[in-house]
Design a protein around this ligand. Structure first.
Ligand code: NAD
Length: 346
């Protein structure tokens, strides 16, 4: 019997092409934007932001290259203030989840439309989800008004994405797909997309890590990232909720996802035979949790929580916080269970 489901993924215009970022002006015109504010992270993000502002020409009112991971409250407020001061009528985000997060934070307060030009594999551009930090707490909001109206996927922009960022954000995308296979809200569409994205990531992320200039692998990972973002819209469970609590403590986002994924998978898959089978097929592996662990070991990123500055003394606190979220699908996750997952990941 097929379990009842609701498929509720917001619509978006998606342009995927080599050189697609060159169409940003055209896409701004399509949305009627005359005063777009470009947001980015500092450094390489700012350089891409400046290029997009140039391409926008008179349709751009400025570049705000002050995005920070996890969108701290003061960073969000400064972004909203900049958009208001410049009388922006739209936002163009240049870069990965940090830039997109800031664009969403501005859109949430102002209702401005977003054009996202993503350069990582974390998939935020496809979701109505915004995570922000306020001190040591991370809060998540879901609002269809903040979904970027248009995504411009330009694989050329990813050729220089550092290998470690590629690997970590790729594992973040993989985590969206793995969790999509066991959440209660899964639908035939999200299961199919997650499976397809996992196949692409499993084959092509190692190639990206071996050679960042491997164009075919870059294209495939970018498509996988899009699909991973789409399936994240359906919902989350233990994996993302635990990563979220850890994110509130300042843990690096993508790396934390990568580290805990095999351990959460081992715990959950023991009670989710159908999801296990689907994941085994997608990864061509009889033990999918072990396959995820092997994948992580092959990547040049931190392997354990202790390597990203996590304080072992906080395992109990994090386990209690996560257990309060009462996660029951696909398996009830109590304090002791989560403590064991964290201890293994540490
Ligand atoms: P990121 O945007 O933080 O980028 C990581 C680093 O890579 C930054 O230093 C950035 O400047 C650099 N970089 C990005 N693109 C580059 C390029 N092409 N060349 C050189 N350097 C480049 O990475 P991320 O993992 O995509 O984003 C993490 C953030 O996204 C977190 O805040 C997380 O909460 C959020 N996120 C949100 C969702 C959602 O649906 N709301 C989903 C996933 C991640």
């Amino acid at each position: 019997m097929i379990a009842a489901f609701i498929h509720d993924v917001p619509p978006q215009r998606v342009v995927f092409a080599s050189g697609a970022s060159g169409r940003v002006g055209e896409e701004a015109d399509r949305l009627g934007l005359k005063r777009a504010l470009v947001v980015a992270t500092p450094g390489s993000g700012a350089r891409l932001g400046a290029r997009l502002a140039d391409l926008l020409g008179s349709r751009a009112v400025g570049l705000h290259a002050k995005a920070v991971i996890h969108v701290p409250r003061d960073v969000a407020e400064a972004g909203v203030a900049a958009a208001r001061e410049l009388k922006a009528d739209g936002i163009v985000s240049a870069g990965g989840g940090s830039a997109i997060g800031l664009a969403k934070a501005i859109a949430r307060e102002t209702g401005l439309p977003i054009i996202a030009v993503p350069t990582t594999y974390s998939g935020s551009e496809a979701t109505p989800i915004l995570g922000m930090t306020d001190g040591e707490r991370k809060v998540t909001v879901r609002d269809n008004r903040i979904v970027p109206r248009t995504i411009l996927y330009d694989p050329d922009l990813t050729l220089a994405l550092p290998v470690a960022v590629s690997a970590a954000s790729g594992m973040n995308g993989i985590a969206h797909c793995v969790e999509a296979l066991w959440i209660a809200e899964r639908t035939p569409v999200t299961e199919a997309l997650a499976t397809d994205a996992l196949r692409r990531f499993a084959k092509f992320l190692p190639r990206v890590v071996a050679d960042g200039a491997d164009r075919q692998a870059r294209e495939q990972c970018l498509v996988a990232a899009w699909l991973a973002g789409v399936v994240l819209c359906a919902g989350t469970a233990l994996h993302h909720k635990l990563a979220h609590v850890l994110g509130g403590l300042g843990m690096p986002h993508a790396e934390t996802h990568a580290i805990i994924l095999p351990h959460v998978a081992r715990f959950n898959l023991a009670a989710a035979p159908e999801s296990r089978e689907r994941l085994a097929l997608a990864l061509s592996a009889s033990d999918p949790a072990a396959a995820l662990e092997k994948m992580l070991h092959g990547l040049p990123i931190p392997q354990k929580l202790r390597e990203v500055g996590f304080d072992q003394g906080k395992i109990g606190l994090v386990a209690e916080e996560a257990a309060k979220l009462v996660i029951v699908d696909p398996r009830k996750a109590g304090t002791e269970d989560i403590r064991a997952v964290l201890t293994n990941a540490y």
